[in-house]
Design a protein around this ligand. Sequence first.
Ligand code: SF4
Length: 455
Amino acid sequence: MIQEIKSIRPIVDDSLKQVFIETYGCQMNVNDSEVVLAILQECGYALCDSIGKADLILVNTCSIRENAEQRIFGRLDIFRLEKKRRKGLIVGVIGCMAERMKDQLLEHPVVDIVVGPDAYRSLPELLLAVNPGNKQIDVKLSRTETYDDITPVRMDKNGVSAYISIMRGCNNVCSYCIVPYTRGAERSRDPQTIIREAKELYANGYKEVNLLGQNVDSYRWKGESENDNVDFAKLLEMVAQIAPDLRVRFSTSHPKDMTADVVKMMAKYPNICKHIHLPVQSGSSDMLLKMNRKYDREKYLSQIATIRELIPDCSITTDVIVGFSGESEEDYQLTLSLFEEVKFDSAFMFYYSERPGTKASRHYPDDISIEVKTERLNKIIELQNKLSLESNKADVGKVFEVLIEGASKRSESQLIGRTSQNKVCVFTTDKHKAGDYATVRVTSCTSATLMAELI
Ligand code: SF4
């Protein structure tokens, strides 16, 4: 067990064994890679920036869609060439795919180590035991592991914004979703360790923490007495009180569990960012029932009304799946009309990808043709682009405080800042640097970006 943390930034030291970590998928995976790096640094590895320098390549994988998995097999082919060139190179597959496809991965000629999301502590042992004839695997899921004593080694580039996992796993079993099978049952992390980690980040210059969980609204910590119990609203308050200039974000919220207390807490503290990511998945109550989301269209819209009432300037973003099993044209139209009604600020939009092992794969045929799925996806993307543009146009002329993340990709003289509403804002200044706050007025926009001037 790791008790003492030496550094929250990667050690770069060519004299040590080198690890290269490649991360796919969600923010949880990004944060998991940082936990893995902390474990590896403790046993003598340093992070390197190319596979050509690595003694160990770890690929942290995602199983949420089929094409995410296919991409990993493509990467393994690249690593095969590298392995041919350099004997002794170790390749490990970690994360959700390691859990879901353990046997197939273990048989893959390139893969030496397979480690699931709850077994990262065993990496040092597995690395000692691995050799060409002796592949290693640990994919045990845990009911208690939260890695709460490990301070992740931050791999972000800007040193401004960091992820903190507040819980792991998921108990919801949405019928299309593989996550409960790859990440196991839900467990919440001791709030004191979350606060310690947030304080450490703040002391190291970070200005924003993003609290992560598959369903943050079900965060619950049972203390010694009733007074010590902590729910998500309380946790938000505890983190917000660390410092007024430490921004707090969170994801992902669940429409069935989000409480008015959480929204009230966001309204109470200026440093809790005014943005909620509330995945809807479908606008049709029939589809939502089949997806096992445990809310219907009306409940979702009533949650939106609560947010709008308590925080009028809150941005709302979402996830949606089109072309789920049996989705009729009418169901799809309900999704489009819900988008029109809510006017999301932005959305992650996908067509349904059946995942073996899920309830949907066992009980509901994947019966919408790829042509129809693609057409529905394209149309909703077009609609959302229009809504995003409208949302951004409504900000033109308004004043925002932005947290600066660094230079824009196009020009060194332009900086990128983020509004509390999670919108990216580009403006010119020579007085500020990453990590500073700046006050700007929006002058123009595209559907993706606000252009602004410093005031
Ligand atoms: S809430 Fe549903 S979609 Fe989200 S991780 Fe859990 S099972 Fe998957």
